[in-house]
Design a protein around this ligand. Structure first.
Ligand SMILES: [Zn+2]
Length: 257
């Protein structure tokens, strides 16, 4: 199998990949509380796995490399529940800028910031726009569960939720597939959190801590989780992402000033 992980490759192999116009997937995550039943590394583990599986599919058709996952993100809303490490927005922007600039300086011209954490979504939309203009290379971004094809597949696999919430049926299922020894099944079996939240009041956005919405830090239904569903979710997310990332229209040149 072709090696796709940046960290496992040698410098001359990475120079050769840049020469072949390889796509760089930069997984971005967060380290934060995931209820009483899951470890804080959930977002890191899941987005890393989706990126790896997607890259292996893409590698059959073209050059691709997966950078080491950025484990810290924007998680202020989880801080009061413990176990959480957060960056502030300015630092997050600066870190992503340095990562993308490193890729660009080495000749990589196609970048995707693949996100696995809800708290990063709005920042990534703006940061990816800034970096695309500043670096002159497309810095694209996607949150793995919101691709249309993925969202449709997830709605069909999950029984109590329509998509990923937090420490929920989906995330617990995928962790049962990947790292079952880190899941407290007994505690998961009793857990059910609210399905919605973080939406504001009557259309007016107001920042809220996670604890305001859920005492346990869980949103969604962990007790409906299973390893079988987790494997289906991971497979669906990786395939949809691989298909979306090889679309030539995504990478077609823009008319930038
Ligand atoms: Zn998260």
């Amino acid at each position: 199998m072709t090696e796709v992980l940046w960290a496992n490759l040698k410098a001359h192999e990475l120079r050769a990949l840049a020469g072949r116009d390889a796509l760089v997937i930069q997984p971005v995550a967060s380290l934060e509380q995931h209820g009483p039943h899951l470890p804080v590394q959930v977002d890191v583990a899941l987005v890393s796995e989706v990126a790896l599986r997607a890259a292996r599919e893409i590698a059959e058709r073209g050059a691709v490399v997966v950078a080491p996952t950025l484990w810290a993100g924007l998680a202020e809303h989880h801080m009061s529940l413990g176990g959480t490490i957060t960056l502030d927005l300015a630092t997050y922007h600066a870190v992503l800028r340095c990562l993308c600039r490193s890729f660009q300086r080495q000749g990589f011209g196609r970048i995707c910031l693949l996100n696995g954490h809800g708290g990063n979504v709005s920042a990534l939309a703006n940061i990816s726009a800034d970096l695309t203009v500043e670096l002159g290379v497309p810095v694209t971004t996607a949150t793995y569960w919101t691709l249309p094809e993925t969202a449709k597949a997830f709605a069909g696999i999950l029984e109590r939720q329509s998509n990923v919430r937090h420490a929920c049926e989906a995330e617990t299922s995928m962790m049962l597939t990947l790292r079952p020894e880190l899941v407290d099944r007994e505690s998961a079996a009793a857990l059910e959190g609210p399905l919605e939240g973080l939406a504001g009041h009557d259309g007016i956005y107001r920042w809220r801590s996670m604890a305001w919405w859920t005492e346990t830090g869980v949103m969604g239904v962990p007790k409906a989780a299973s390893a079988g569903k987790g494997e289906q979710l991971l497979a669906a997310a990786a395939s949809a992402l691989a298909r979306a990332l090889v679309n030539p229209a995504l990478w077609a040149e823009d008319r930038m000033a």
